[in-house]
Design a protein around this ligand. Structure first.
Ligand code: NAD
Length: 289
């Protein structure tokens, strides 16, 4: 397929490279990055013009809206705009409406799996849009990822992503504060892990991504909390979840508290640039006040 790829940052560049390596004709564009191994166009519209599918992998909803306004008029009728960025549900739905009005198909398909998953081609895609567009884009999901889940109409991919990450943020905090409490109660971390990982407190945060160094499977905790999944990206997703919750009047007190704690960690304390599991040393170093 002829593919335009806009946004060649930490995630986009390896995704675009994997598409090119699979034999697709990829034309990339980024305002700043010029990664090797990807043919580059002079503008976003140029990258989009002859493409059957245009992938965007951009920082936020405002930038996505601006790029969509530029590329949609250049795209051929029936072409697909496949947005893999993590953005607010409202922007995803507005971009989809704009595409539809011009006779284009669109999908919101945010990913989980991080930079490692982007490089290895093992991302998971959560996809909103029409089933017809999902079926057409499936070969790309197979190259860039190992799993794609159809979630329903436009915006539902973003909804799935922020709900998942709201659970993740809250369970990571709960896991970290429990380890810090266990420390102060004199309970050995290995014993704590052995009990909880096989008891009703288990979760992905504990079992697969244990925030305590030297305990459980290999995780960023074993690498001085280098990300992994950076605390500021978790903060971004938690804020998106709270924006969405406000828009539909949903009561999400745990998500709200998680957003507040990560905001403090990233913006006031020294959490920026650390993995989101570095909440454990944060809690360990504090008392109740
Ligand atoms: P990044 O900042 O490395 O890349 C974004 C790229 O977009 C940059 O190269 C930037 O120059 C480019 N860009 C900005 N404005 C542009 C414009 N108008 N036209 C063209 N290019 C433009 O970010 P990333 O880590 O690659 O993340 C991309 C998206 O994926 C974000 O929405 C992020 O939330 C999401 N995501 C990231 C991860 C991760 O682990 N990094 C995991 C899951 C999802």
């Amino acid at each position: 397929m002829r593919i335009g790829f806009i946004g060649l940052g930490n995630m986009g560049a390896p995704m675009a490279r994997n598409l090119a390596a699979a034999g697709h004709e990829v034309m990339g564009y980024d305002t700043v990055a010029q990664p090797e191994g990807i043919a580059l166009a002079g503008s976003a519209a140029d990258a989009a013009r002859d493409a059957e599918i245009v992938v965007t992998m951009l920082p936020d909803g405002a930038i996505l809206r601006a790029v969509a306004a530029e590329i949609h008029p250049a795209m051929a009728k029936g072409a697909i705009h496949l947005d893999c960025s993590t953005v607010d549900v409202e922007s995803a739905r507005a971009v989809a409406e704009g595409a539809e009005a011009l006779g284009l198909l669109s999908l919101d398909a945010p990913v989980s799996g991080g930079i490692g998953g982007a490089q290895a081609g093992t991302l998971t895609f959560m996809v909103g849009g029409t089933e017809a567009a999902f079926t057409q884009a499936a070969p790309l999901f197979d190259v860039m990822g190992q799993k794609s889940v159809y979630c329903g109409s436009s915006g539902n991919g973003q909804a799935a992503k922020i709900c998942n990450n709201m659970i993740l943020g809250a369970t990571m905090i709960a896991t970290c504060e429990a380890f810090a409490l266990a420390d102060k109660l004199g309970l050995d971390r290995q014993a704590m892990f052995d009990v909880v990982s096989t008891s009703s407190g288990y979760s992905w945060s504990l079992n697969a991504y244990c925030p305590a160094p030297g305990i459980g499977p290999q995780s960023p905790a074993d690498n001085e909390y280098k990300p992994g999944f950076a605390a500021e990206l978790m903060l971004k997703d938690l804020r998106l979840s709270q924006m969405a919750a406000e828009a539909v009047d949903a009561d999400t007190p745990m998500g709200q508290r998680a957003a507040e704690l990560y905001a403090r960690f990233v913006e006031v304390e020294d959490g920026r640039g650390k993995d989101f599991s570095a909440m454990l040393p944060r809690f360990s170093g504090r008392g109740r006040s």
